[in-house]
Design a protein. Sequence first.
Length: 219
Amino acid sequence: MNFSLNTNYVEPVLQEDPKSIIIMCHGFGGDGNDIKILAESWKRFLPNTGFYCPNAPEICSVNPNGFQWFDMMGDNKNLIIEKSIIAEKILNSFINEILDQHRISKKSLCLVGFSQGCMIILQTAIKQRDKMNCIVGFSGKIIDEDHLKKNFFSKQNIFLLHGDKDTVVPTSHLLEAKLFFSRMGNKIKTKILKNCEHHISVEASSLALEFIKKNISIK
């Protein structure tokens, strides 16, 4: 089957139809191979899970060898929101295609994202009418709080992690997201990682994996 996004697929270790799916969204300028490394390290702990690691839909504006979910380089707030909505619609199509392919419901779906990938999965998940299994975001932020507030349709099970030494996406964005979700009545789990820059550390990977294992087992 052809999907809306070019993607890597890491099959379940048990080599049978997956009982759960994790879709992993890379950061600005990266590609599916980048975040596939995380899938490869997690798969033996989630033997019934299939992992999809797509390339974002656009060639990156500052790195032609990588991809972007949307262009964030300009200062026009409304234009950035418009572009993020286009990416969100493509990601939604991809999600539905994957679920249809495996005949799996959103209750068995986890979204994982790093940096810009975190931004797009937060916006996409909250605007869903149905609750997903869980959402894990590394080193990201809410793209636009006003837009999300107007389109807040579901309370999702979210875990956000962020390094305290991140100079690309400052840690303050995690605190802002936590406050936003709290005000919207959506309690979320957060973790600020000490001496961690803009990357997924071993500690962050381990904590995220435990969160996903716990939630997939109780779906």
